[in-house]
Write a protein that binds this ligand. Structure first.
Ligand code: PLP
Length: 414
């Protein structure tokens, strides 16, 4: 039997944090989003494809900081580029530095929808700006949306603290449900400024979905039929599905798109990119600015990340490594005969338990993820995983074998 992990330092730090910070930490990093009592609560260190918690337990990190870690933690070349920017140039100035243009030029070369670019800090900055730009361009109000787009008032799921008027013009549709979008457009299309959708479907605690044939094309057609701007939210898929995003893989080019996470291997930067004609509402009509948006540490990190990824064909390697994991996991899943869906392919692998009336799937999920974390594989029960370059083939085989062991235990217990 594999013992429960020693997590005393995590527990102590959590108690302390609760005195200082409401809930100890924010959002999805809180313990109830994992298996409470089984998962660590504080990490201390990351190195390559691994993370070490506050009690010294070392894990294969298959959550990759919820997406930004594409190469690995403490990637020497990237950190060096960031440190050189700090040491040799400085990074926080009253005017922009020339590195802005260099990164923008690179981005316009690799992303199909990118004619012009605005750099920001977070994914939420970028999705929110996309709605403002679309509203400025169309002089319309309504937004049709599909996916998680961040914490801002117009789109966050938990509505506490937000006046209704700030989201009453926003309508949600399901991924891969073109009929639903069509009927929403019949009602709201004439007032629609934008349709924003994640090109890959990744709803919380549900299997990852790839677009059905014609789905993304259909969304584009409907948006344009009513004169709305089509926005792809590529915060997760960008710099993972391809250097040009999922839009390049699926061959559908939106009017605007947003990127963040993997574009700088963990450094804080995001961007809105899109057609010149639409982006140019930012010249005069629409305003955006923030003290830290031009901060150049993350720009240097992003340029270096892109350079390495292109030079060493990193995404092909990541796909191979993810492939080792999912192929092996698929065998264990089949052998277990448990009601499981393995989704997300080699880039966003996710193991979910199919819902049943008695709620057995919740027990299986808790047992499975508890057994997995005891075996030092860090995956999230409610969120798909990720693969990074520093996950070695050996790590991937080990992680998959631990999935196999955990499934055997679930089978014997539930
Ligand atoms: C698809 C998508 N859009 C937007 C966001 C918001 O990004 P951020 O958390 O950096 O504000 C996220 C964050 O997970 C995301 O996954």
């Amino acid at each position: 039997m594999t013992e429960k992990l020693k997590l005393e330092n995590s527990e102590r730090l959590y108690k302390e944090a609760q005195e200082l910070i409401p809930g100890g930490m924010m959002g999805i990093r809180r313990p109830y989003n994992f298996v409470p009592g089984e998962y660590p609560i504080f990490f201390e260190e990351g190195k390559g494809g691994k993370v070490i918690d506050a009690d010294g337990n070392e894990y294969i990190d298959m959550l990759c900081a919820y997406g930004p870690i594409i190469m690995g933690h403490r990637e020497k070349e990237i950190d060096k580029a960031a440190m050189e920017q700090i040491k040799n140039k400085g990074f926080c100035m009253s005017l922009v530095q020339s590195i802005q243009n260099k990164l923008a030029k690179k981005v316009t070369e690799i992303i199909p929808s990118a004619e012009k670019v605005v750099f920001l800090k977070t994914g939420s900055d970028a999705t929110t700006l996309s709605t403002r730009v679309a509203r400025g361009y169309t002089d319309k109000t309504k937004i049709l949306r599909c996916g998680y787009h961040g914490w801002h008032d117009w789109c966050v799921e938990v509505k506490g603290g937000i006046p209704k008027k700030l989201y009453e013009d926003v309508f949600e549709f399901e991924y891969n449900n073109l009929d639903q979008l069509e009927s929403l457009m019949k009602e709201h299309g004439p007032d629609a400024a934008a349709v924003i959708v994640t090109p890959v479907g990744h709803p919380l605690a549900h299997p990852v979905q790839m677009p059905k044939p014609g789905f993304l094309e259909g969304v584009k057609e409907l948006a344009h039929k009513y004169g709305a701007v089509l926005v792809f939210d590529e915060i997760r898929s960008g710099f993972r599905f391809s250097m040009g995003g999922a839009q390049k893989v699926f061959g559908v080019t939106p009017d605007l798109s947003v990127f963040g996470k993997a574009m700088a291997n963990g450094y804080d930067i995001s961007m809105l990119v899109g057609k010149k004609e639409i982006m140019d509402v930012l010249v005069q009509k629409v305003f955006v600015s923030s003290t830290y948006f031009p901060n150049s540490i993350s720009m240097a990190a992003s340029l270096k990340t892109i350079e390495i990824m292109e030079r060493d064909n990193i995404l092909e390697e990541i796909k191979k490594r993810g492939g080792i994991f999912v192929k092996r996991v698929a065998k264990y899943v089949k052998r277990s005969k448990l009601p499981i869906e393995l989704s997300g392919g080699e880039l966003m692998p996710y193991i979910t338990f199919n819902k049943d009336e008695k709620g057995l799937y919740k027990k299986m999920r808790n047992e499975f993820y508890a057994q997995l974390i005891r075996r030092k594989v860090f995956l999230q029960p409610y969120h798909h995983g990720y693969v990074c370059y520093r996950h070695s083939p050996k790590d991937m085989r080990y992680a998959a074998d631990m999935v196999g062991e955990a499934l055997e235990i679930v089978k014997s217990k539930v």
